[in-house]
Design a protein around this ligand. Structure first.
Ligand code: ASP
Length: 437
């Protein structure tokens, strides 16, 4: 039988009740050999995540403001879990060490990592697996750069000595033992690294949703779940705003060709979404999903003879680069060129940029429009079919949506349309209805 690596996110390990659920999942399956856990997350919508509280302690210490009250909230939460699960972990001793390190100026990374560390200790004791500290297997260089290959070897070396283990997510350490964390949500990365190193058949990523849906449920009523999706399609969707998984978690699973299965701890019977290297050949769906974001600005430039002019795009790109602004899209016509930029990235520099465009590019006309939403319709099934864009544009026309921009990726795996912010929801509904029935 093959092995699985399972990562349980913050809401899946938020309290004793959730931890009981994960024990049931692990016992029922039998092939989950290695478990990676997050720190306790929110138990209800306005609850606090332990990681946020730990960072808050550090900020208080830095500003010489008493942090004890916040720390006590953390102590109380872990103590309640420890009592409910009846483990023999000596939490008091653990907290004394952490407190002492904090008083002595421990780094934000060390303090933040203690949520995962303590949770993994408790869970390992409760489910009867070994505890393996991530500080000994996830490696960072002296300068703090993550070292993928030496981590891979260290994980293989250490975990081969353990039949089962629980490993805290989110952090690792430099050779001198100094703790370093990944960016927020980084336990997903740890899970993928362990899956790769141990050659898992599947990397299960347990969260509080049953995988990805074909569209945002706040916009489309009861959208269908996505049962399988390729890494590439997922990348397109997450780029446009659909996120469940840390982006950097894809790479280690992808190079080792390990499928990632997004599962719901609260509904373990749901199969969730399977993310695979190649699109599912038996899948007859045309599109895999629709995602989008509001608030983009378009700068539309027209100039007679533009397409024959040398260096036009380079100069335009240079102006944006000088202002440290990334280009989202660059749709063009014969004598027209538009740049699409995220409003937030513009940061109030629109007037300066248009002035610079006037000065350097001497266009006939420049028009700006700051109220645009981008919608990506993604699916590997689109490339092999004719009439897909006709269907999409007809649906939008029938819904009375004016399309301001069209961009089709060269992979023919997505079509991006720009519409006015006010038409965003209407457009997504229309596209969904046209392709999914
Ligand atoms: N606990 C960390 C965070 O809240 C890492 C994680 O949960 O993946 O970002």
């Amino acid at each position: 039988m093959g092995i699985k690596v399972a990562k349980f996110g913050g809401s899946s390990v938020a309290d004793a009740l959730q931890i009981e659920k994960i024990k049931n999942i692990i016992e029922k399956d039998g092939s989950i050999k290695y478990v990676v856990v997050s720190a306790p997350g929110k138990r209800f919508s306005d609850d606090s995540k332990i990681t946020d509280l730990l960072y808050l302690c550090k900020t208080h210490i830095e500003h010489k403001i008493p942090y004890e009250q916040i720390f006590q909230v953390i102590v109380d939460r872990f103590t309640a879990v420890g009592v409910a699960l009846r483990t023999d972990v000596n939490l008091k001793q653990e907290f004394d060490v952490i407190r002492e390190n904090m008083e002595q100026g421990a780094s934000a990374d060390y303090i933040a990592s203690r949520g995962e560390y303590l949770n993994a200790k408790l869970i390992a004791a409760y489910i009867g697996y070994d505890f393996v500290d991530a500080a000994s297997i996830v490696r960072f260089s002296d300068k703090g750069r993550f070292m993928e290959e030496s981590t891979n070897t260290a994980i293989q070396h250490e975990l081969s000595k353990h039949e089962n283990a629980v490993i805290p997510g989110f952090y690792g350490a430099k050779m001198d033992g100094t703790v370093r964390t990944f960016s927020r949500g980084g336990s997903d990365i740890t899970g993928a690294l362990v899956a790769r190193a141990m050659g898992a058949d599947v990397y299960e990523n347990w969260t509080d949703v049953s995988g990805f849906l074909m569209a945002d449920p706040r916009i489309v009523k009861d959208p269908k779940p996505i049962s399988t999706i390729s890494y590439k399609e997922l990348r397109e969707l997450s780029y446009m705003g659909a996120s469940v998984l840390h982006e950097d978690a894809i790479y280690p699973a992808r190079i080792a060709n390990i499928p990632i299965n997004i599962r719901n701890t609260n509904k373990p019977e749901d199969p969730g979404t399977m993310i695979t290297a190649e699109p599912d050949k038996c899948d007859s769906r045309i599109i895999s999903g629709i995602a989008g974001s509001k608030n983009f600005t378009v700068i539309a430039i027209s100039k007679n003879g533009l397409s024959g002019e040398r260096g036009f795009i380079r100069k335009l790109a240079g102006i944006l680069e000088d202002n440290d602004i990334a280009i989202e899209h660059l749709p063009s016509g014969i004598d027209t060129l538009s740049v699409v930029i995220e409003n937030q990235a513009l940061g109030g520099k629109l007037d300066d940029i248009t002035e610079e465009i006037q000065r350097q590019l001497k266009p006939d006309h420049v028009e700006t429009f700051d109220n645009m939403a981008l919608i990506a319709t993604v699916g590997s099934g689109m490339s092999a079919r004719t009439g897909v864009s006709a269907r999409l544009f007809t649906a939008l026309a029938e819904a009375g949506v004016n399309i301001r921009m069209i961009d089709q990726g060269s992979s023919e795996m997505n079509i991006i349309v720009g519409v006015e912010n006010k038409d965003f929801e209407k457009a997504i509904k229309a596209i969904y209805d046209a392709f999914v029935s």
